[in-house]
Each structure stands twice: as C-alpha cells, then as structure tokens.
Design a binder for this molecule. Structure first.
Ligand SMILES: [Zn+2]
Ligand SMILES: [Zn+2]
Ligand SMILES: [Zn+2]
Length: 328
C-alpha cells in the first residue's frame, strides 16, 4: 500500500510507501563513497594553516587569540563577488554573470568534530557567524537571496564547515515556497507555516522535539527518509533577525537532532539548508517563514524522481518521528 501525499506549500506530490516501511536498519551499512577521508595533504581549515585560505571575512576569537569559528571566501566559488550584474540574451536564451558571495564557515578548529559531537555553545557561535555575515552581505544591493548550506561529510574536505551564499536571483525551491505562502495567505489570511506548526503540535505524531522557540518535526509529505524541518514557533521571515535567546535554543535543538541521527543511523551523510526570505525591499517577503530543512543522503531513488518529478519515500514520516523521538 502506498499513499500519495501532497506537500501543502509547494503542492508537490510525494509517494509514501508503507507495505514494507523501512526503519534505520534497512539503510545500513552505507556503501562507499561514504568512507572516512584518507589523511592526504594538509587541511587548509586547521589552525596554523590560515594562510592557505583567502583573507577571512569574520572570526570569533577567545582570550588567547585563537579562533573558534572562522569565515573565509571560498577558493572555488559557485558565485564570484566582482563584476557587473548583467543579464543578456544569447540567441533565444538568457545568461547572467554568476555574481554573488560564496563563503565557507569553518565551524570548529577541531578537524574531527561534527554537529553531533560539538557542544551547543559552539553551534551557537556558528549561528552567530551566519547571522553576522548575512547582516553584512545584505548591504550589497546586488544580492536577492541568501542560502546557508551544509553537506556532511564535506565532499572535498572533512573538516567541519558550511557554505554561506548570497545570490543575484531567487532560486526555484525558495520561489516555489513563496508562491505557496502567498497563495495560502490570499485565501486564508494566515501563514501556512504557522498553520503547519499548529497542526503538528496538536496531532503530535510527527513531532521530534519541541522547545520554547522551535518545533522540530518530520513533514507530512517528507520527500526523503528521516527528512526533518526545524522551524521557529513565532512567525519570522528572516533567519538573520534571530535573537541571542533563540540562537541558544536552536543550538541545543541542532545538537540533539544530529546526535539522534548519529545514534539511530550510524553517523549518516546529510545535507542541511536554511530557507529564509529574499532580501532588499523589492523582493523581501514578510509573509515568508524561515526554517531549516535536513535530508539524509540515504536510500535515494533518483531515477523515479528524475522521470516523474515525484519523490518516493519508504519511511513514513510518522515512523521516522517515532524513531527519532525514542532513540536513546
Ligand atoms: Zn582540518
Ligand atoms: Zn508564519
Ligand atoms: Zn523550505
């Protein structure tokens, strides 16, 4: 038996299969390429090798002068900061310079840490670095959208790090969410994310964790096994307007969630992204509700997705939430 569930924001259909629901053990063990990185060469993100990276845009330093979090421009950026914002036709097509910022947040001086093993106080520092960089980047009027993205383990370097990007266009995923938010707003005069929070906290079956400022849950139409969203309980469109107290709460939530993944699925590979409203007054959407989405990179059926645009998820979100709640 399978169920077609519609994700209420983007209205994308997802196939949730429940005949043989897959639990954590069905995904283990992971096959290569998920292997610990061989010790080759020198890590540019380790303390002592600062000269190997471009000049830092931000750092947090303690009494002794050593850094705890460092942000540097990416040496191999998707977007580059210099140049003019110029959209031009090429025959029947549209082309534009990939103007933007692409920075790397080095999340810890320790090469062997990850979000499951870092102290919440260190995760709070990472969140602080994200916020400070976005506040600074917002002053550049060419940028319309920020994206914070983390792949674990890192593809080129296993030192804990994440990407901070500022883009000259609004990416499709965010755009689809904005359309969903505005359409719902027009019909109901309420925020769809706020309504989802109400629904999930009353139904409870998909809730993983609830703290004073954040709800962590498996979304109704989860596209991926053990997909999880973290969302601020009070409406807010921009991640970078987050307050100290909320950052403290969020750091505890993140550490707890990634420790649960670590224990339940034996240190799984994952991707994590922050979705936040576009910036600049022309594009800013106060109706939008910022959030974090996390997907594990396990059990993919990309052929079907590629062929149909449907995702198939063999771990129903109610089961995923239960596993994540109860893991010891
Ligand atoms: Zn390192
Ligand atoms: Zn809201
Ligand atoms: Zn989103």
């Amino acid at each position: 038996m399978a169920e077609l569930r519609r994700e209420p924001i983007t209205r994308m259909w997802v196939v949730i299969t429940a005949d043989h629901p897959k639990g954590p053990s069905d995904y283990l063990p992971f096959k290569p390429p998920y292997q610990p990185q061989a010790a080759t060469g020198v890590c540019p993100f380790c303390p002592g090798n600062e000269a190997m990276t471009p000049k830092e845009t931000f750092s947090l330093r303690g009494e002794g002068g050593g850094w705890s979090v460092r942000v540097v421009p990416n040496k191999f950026p998707f977007f580059h900061i210099e140049g003019d914002f110029d959209r031009r036709p090429e025959g029947m097509y549209d082309v534009m310079e990939a103007i933007g910022a692409h920075e790397i947040a080095v999340e810890s001086p320790d090469h062997h840490q990850n979000l499951a093993t870092l102290e919440p106080s260190q995760i709070q520092k990472i969140l602080f670095a994200y916020r400070e960089r976005l506040i600074d980047l917002e002053r550049d009027r060419r940028f319309q959208q920020f994206l914070i993205l983390k792949n674990y383990p890192g593809i080129f370097n296993r030192h804990p790090h994440s990407h901070i990007m500022a883009m000259p266009v609004i990416p499709r995923r965010i755009d689809e969410e904005i359309w969903g938010v505005l359409d719902y707003y027009q019909r109901k005069e309420r925020c769809i994310f706020c309504d989802i929070i109400k629904e999930e906290t009353s139904v409870k079956r998909r809730v993983v964790l609830e703290t004073s400022h954040f709800l962590t849950f498996s979304p109704f139409a989860s596209r991926y096994p053990f997909e999880t969203w973290i969302i601020p309980k009070v409406h807010s469109s921009d991640f970078h307007s987050i307050q100290e107290e909320e950052m403290e709460d969020l750091s505890i939530v993140m550490q707890s969630l990634f420790l649960r993944y670590y224990k339940l699925l034996s240190d799984p590979p994952y991707s994590l992204t922050f979705h936040t409203s576009p910036v600049q007054s022309r594009f800013h959407r106060p109706e939008y509700h910022w959030h974090i989405e996390i997907r594990l990179r396990i059990g993919l059926r990309e052929g079907f997705e590629w062929g149909t645009g449907f995702f198939v998820n063999p771990t129903p979100p109610e089961a995923a939430a239960l596993y994540l709640r109860e893991v010891e």
